[in-house]
Design a protein around this ligand. Structure first.
Ligand code: ZN
Length: 376
């Protein structure tokens, strides 16, 4: 443990590299996550390809939706594949951030693709059961809420174990300390702390509070446990405990649910006014297009809310652990390890960032320490 340099200060070489790396990551994210899907959905719908695929699917009867959706999702997966592979394998290796073997990457990719089919096809199927109903968007909004609760509940017990070996935290003395932090933060009914083997995939460190009700748990990446000091890990736990105490998973679900109603209403208005039949499966790309576009429009709003919640969790960690030096050190180490941009352009933050920039998070620790010393 004593090998770990503490308190950590930014490595100027890494800061320089981070500027270049994060720019590339940003670009590939925008291209593969926004531009390519929007162009593909629009092209597929307006070119008439969607109607042709429907005509091929129709003779299969009621499984037509499943057939259509499967082909449609496969097409978008194929189109996104080259940049996805480049950005999450080649590019990450180029910057020394990935530890994936090619086979490991493909294994994880296949699993996430399977999950994509497993969830999207039934959702589309369910949507088409609702579409013929009047005011279908209201039912769809209610269904969205229950679906979000369901997914948040199964995430740590069904989805995370697909990608990680989760093992109970081993270091007994440190575990005691972490559990006491959690207890002093007021967190109850968390069964234990799990460690996920991220080191098989990358060098990036992370931690999460995940699950709802009985599935609630804390997961630390082994990259965090092994490369950060116990004090630093403690502040990360304090941050996660903040999410827990402030019920951020529920808040997130509520915000998303509130926003989904106007989104669904707009989609229903588009379908009613611009298509000849609302429940035509050839409308699927149009529905995807509308959702993606509205999602981009709402991104500044949802991300601002997320950044606000993250800042609150940081503040909670400061109040609970009272280790501002360790918390700032952890923040700097995290951003250096991941080659994150500690001071991104404000517009990029406004549009895309779910977390405050590292510079601000470190500043919060400094400000808190100053205020704390004055309080004493
Ligand atoms: Zn957080």
């Amino acid at each position: 443990m004593s090998k770990i340099k503490y308190p950590y200060e930014y490595d100027p070489k890494k800061r320089k590299l981070a500027k270049i790396y994060s720019k590339g990551r940003l670009m590939s994210g925008i291209i593969n996550g926004i531009i390519i899907p929007i162009i593909f959905f629009a092209f597929f719908y307006f070119s008439g390809l969607s109607a042709s695929l429907r005509d091929i699917a129709m003779p299969t009867g009621s499984p037509a939706i499943v057939f259509y959706t499967f082909v449609f999702l496969t097409l978008i997966a194929i189109i996104q594949f080259p940049l996805r592979f480049y950005s999450s394998y080649t590019y990450e290796h180029k910057y020394g951030l990935s530890r994936y073997k090619l086979s490991g990457w493909f294994k994880d990719y296949s699993k996430s693709l399977m999950l994509f089919y497993l969830f999207t096809i039934p959702i589309i199927y369910g949507l088409f059961l609702l579409l013929p109903l009047q005011n279908w968007w209201i039912y769809a909004g209610v269904a969205y809420f229950f679906l979000s609760v369901f997914l948040s509940t199964i995430l740590p017990v069904f989805i995370l174990p697909l990608f990680y070996k989760l093992e109970p935290y081993r270091n007994k003395t440190h575990l005691k300390r972490l559990l006491s932090v959690i207890k002093s933060a007021g967190v109850t009914n968390v069964k234990g702390i799990y460690v996920a083997n991220e080191s098989a995939k990358s060098v990036k460190a992370n931690a999460l509070f995940s699950g709802l009700g009985k599935t609630k748990r804390i997961v630390l990446f082994d990259t965090l446990v092994n490369n950060f000091t116990p004090d630093e890990v403690e502040t990360v736990i304090g941050h996660e405990a903040g999410h827990y105490i402030q019920k951020d998973i529920w808040r997130g679900i509520m915000i998303d649910t509130i926003l989904i109603f106007p989104v669904l209403y707009i989609v229903s208005a588009i379908l009613a006014n611009y298509t000849s039949s609302v429940a035509d499966i050839a409308n699927i790309p149009l529905i995807f297009l509308a959702f993606r576009a509205l999602d981009v429009i709402l991104m500044p709003l949802t991300n601002a809310y997320s950044r606000h919640r993250e800042a609150q969790a940081d503040l909670f960690a400061l109040e609970t652990c009272r280790k501002p030096v360790a918390q700032a050190s952890a923040e700097k180490r995290l951003v250096d390890t991941a080659l994150g941009d500690h001071k991104p352009h404000p517009f990029v933050v406004f549009m895309l960032h779910t977390h405050p920039p590292a510079e601000k998070r470190v500043q919060m620790c400094i400000d808190w320490k100053r205020a704390f010393l004055r309080r004493k």
